[in-house]
Design a protein around this ligand. Structure first.
Ligand SMILES: [Zn+2]
Ligand SMILES: [Zn+2]
Length: 157
């Protein structure tokens, strides 16, 4: 018998997509999100259309506070809590529970780094959301092991 599990999680199924505002129409919601140590970062510190937000601790040279981003894919809503934001500044993005810094996995088109927020407890880069460390940069990416968009593509083209 062939060993099918070798196909699971292989590179050939990796999808990396830039999240755009149109993605909001697809009504995909992040229901799980973890730090590298497995803490869930979904909290009710801010609620977006009834869904708990992704809560991140931000550290800049002059300030430390929280950022809560919408779990709706494509939604650019975000709320800063007790954080003095300077647009354009590059900050550290950490877990609000253990303060572990989220790992960098790529360079953002703006020149800062993209960090990975893991959407599975495996804390693997094949399943994560990428967000930029620069305040005011709204570039974000969705990395997944399957093509979430297949149906929609067929409808559009
Ligand atoms: Zn943590
Ligand atoms: Zn950026």
């Amino acid at each position: 018998m062939p060993i099918n599990w070798l196909l699971l999680g292989g590179h050939q199924t990796q999808k990396r997509e830039v999240i755009s505002e149109q993605d909001l129409n697809k009504q995909e919601v992040v229901t799980e999100c973890y730090c590298p140590n497995g803490h869930s970062i979904l909290t009710d510190k801010a609620i977006f259309q009834g869904h708990p937000g992704l809560t991140l601790k931000l550290k800049s040279k002059t300030s430390e506070g929280l950022l809560v981003i919408s779990p709706l894919i494509g939604d650019r809503e975000r709320t800063f809590i007790d954080f003095e934001k300077k647009l354009g500044e590059v900050v550290d993005i950490c877990c609000p529970t253990c303060s572990e810094t989220f790992p960098v996995y790529n360079v953002c088109p703006c020149g800062a780094h993209l960090v990975a927020l893991f959407t599975s407890k495996k804390a693997h880069f094949s399943q994560c959301i990428g967000i930029c460390q620069r305040l005011g940069c709204l570039h974000s990416e969705l990395l997944s092991e399957r093509d979430l968009r297949l149906y929609n593509r067929q409808d559009y083209f």
